[in-house]
Ligand binder design. Structure first.
Ligand code: GRF
Length: 209
């Protein structure tokens, strides 16, 4: 696939530092792709502003007028399909996707999660890691399937948990690694280097799409 032909849609809810890491990696040539849409269910998500600053189309799609999650997610899928996205990146997207959405983009949705999955899925996971007493935590980039935070794992990075840590300090240390592995995972997908077998993701030399 020629440079920039790989189209990414990013779904966000908040500050968007992972979105920023992806934008930066694209701008510095580390990721050979183009973000065609940044979509949020939250009007005030700072991530939308980050997209605007870089001349990337941003869209606030208000869930309010929709009958429910299925209908909303259908509309989100429509926006992404309309722009021909090859991959959907969840970057701090706080909504659980409807199964119909996940099927519509089977194998084409990835997420970043701030723990070493399968440990600590869900929310407030840095606090959970501290409360459990683990000595290491980290982050995981994974494919999204119909179970929350349970899809095939693409990349992980390990981070030490210090005795003096609170959830914020641990989150900060993990975030640094998130910003490194998310773009790396992305580029592996752009290069079509990932192969999934029995939920195990292996990397292989570039194969034609
Ligand atoms: C990150 O910690 C990510 O792992 C989790 O939500 C947070 C989003 O942060 N899914 P940001 O919006 O990318 O700054």
């Amino acid at each position: 696939m020629a440079s920039n032909d790989f189209k990414i849609g990013v779904l966000v809810s908040g500050r968007g530092t992972n979105l920023q890491a992806i934008i930066d990696a694209i701008e510095n040539g580390q990721v050979d792709a183009r973000i065609v849409l940044v979509l949020s269910h939250k009007q005030d998500a700072p991530a939308l502003e980050r997209a605007n600053k870089h001349g990337i189309e941003s869209l606030w799609l208000d869930p309010e007028p929709f009958a429910g999650k299925k209908e909303y997610d259908r509309a989100v899928a429509g926006e992404l399909k309309e722009r021909g996205v090859d991959l959907v990146c969840l970057a701090g997207y706080m909504r659980i996707l409807d199964p119909e959405f996940i099927r519509a983009f089977q194998g084409k949705i990835i997420n970043i999660h701030p723990s070493l999955l399968p440990a600590f899925p869900g929310l407030n996971v840095q606090q959970k890691a501290i409360d459990y007493g683990v000595k290491f935590s980290g982050c995981t980039v994974h494919f999204v399937n119909e179970e929350v935070d349970a899809g095939p794992i693409i990349l992980q990075a390990v981070v030490p948990v210090h005795e003096s840590d609170n959830a914020e300090s641990l989150a900060e240390r993990i975030l640094i690694q998130e910003h490194l592995i998310y773009p790396r995972a992305l580029q592996m997908i752009v290069e079509n280097r990932l192969h999934i077998n029995n939920r195990k993701v292996s990397t292989q030399e570039s194969v034609p799409p």
